[in-house]
Design a protein around this ligand. Structure first.
Ligand SMILES: CC(C)(COP(=O)(O)OP(=O)(O)OC[C@H]1O[C@@H](n2cnc3c(N)ncnc32)[C@H](O)[C@@H]1OP(=O)(O)O)[C@@H](O)C(=O)NCCC(=O)NCCS
Length: 237
């Protein structure tokens, strides 16, 4: 069955739920929709493995196509990762306003922007909130490039027991193509090795060619592809 998402429900202002689909049969899907209707849920995020053709068929039968390929890239870090160039530093509270401006326009490949049923202003606010929280302790480390109060790029990471998980990576539109994301990621890789971890994961969208090329150029390999579906309950299913 789906689970209600409290944070998303509060943030978007209507009930949202999430379902991890595994070989989802049509009857099970119909039960999930019933469960959601009873609770006034307006949207269910469904996540399935790309090769789960059973779930794909059940979803397709109710007219739902995937809206995003959730692509996980993994790197096994070597101890001799190159030292990042100068100009990389830890984010400070004073950087937050500019980082929020950058975040507001950076993530247009994300499923919340692609699905036009979500208000684009709320979707931008989601990433603004995320970077602000990350700097204030939500992430274990946020690195930035650029002067205090006027950073041009940022990248965040969480250190888990067995790996580092990259969070947000964004570069101001006018500063792209200058190696800033590469430098920030090298900084995160160095910090990961210093923590005694050798595995690093990052999730991006299948349609985000720039991000995929960036991670591949740093030795990451595609290790998992999942598909997001958005089921809107006020549409006929
Ligand atoms: C993806 C992003 C972070 C790249 O930042 P950037 O500072 O421009 O990237 P860099 O200059 O460090 O590029 C490093 C490598 O990434 C790849 N790359 C970066 N931008 C690319 C693009 N537009 N097309 C193809 N490859 C690209 C290249 O391999 C590049 O190496 P090269 O310059 O030697 O060819 C930036 O475009 C961005 O902020 N996008 C919006 C936010 C986003 O998508 N973040 C990732 C979500 S997980």
């Amino acid at each position: 069955m789906p689970v209600l998402l409290d944070w998303d429900t509060r943030f978007f202002g209507f009930p949202v739920a999430r379902l991890e689909a595994q070989e989802l049969a049509p009857a099970e899907l119909s039960d999930c929709l019933e469960w959601a209707r009873e609770r006034g849920v307006r949207c269910i995020y469904v996540l399935r493995e790309q090769d789960d053709t059973i779930s794909a068929a059940a979803l397709s039968a109710i007219g739902s196509q995937s809206i995003d390929e959730r692509s996980t890239y993994t790197a096994v870090l070597r101890a001799d990762v190159p030292h990042p160039s100068a100009g990389i530093r830890i984010a400070q509270a004073l950087d937050v306003p500019r980082l929020k401006e950058i975040a507001a326009v950076a993530y247009t490949d994300a499923r919340f922007f692609v699905d036009t049923r979500f208000d684009p202003e709320r979707s931008a606010a989601l990433y603004m909130t995320w970077i602000e929280r990350s700097v204030h302790g939500g992430a274990d480390l946020v690195l930035v490039e650029g002067p205090l109060g006027a950073p041009r790029a940022s990248a965040s990471v969480h250190f888990l027991p067995d790996r580092a998980q990259i969070g947000l990576v964004s570069v101001a539109p006018e500063a792209r193509g200058q190696g800033l994301a590469r430098a920030l990621l090298l900084g995160l890789m160095e910090a990961t090795i210093q923590r005694g971890l050798t595995r690093m994961d990052v999730v991006t969208q299948g349609r985000n060619l720039a991000a995929r090329k960036l991670y591949e150029s740093l030795g990451f390999h595609l290790t998992r592809v999942q598909c997001w579906h958005h089921l809107w309950l006020d549409q006929a299913h």
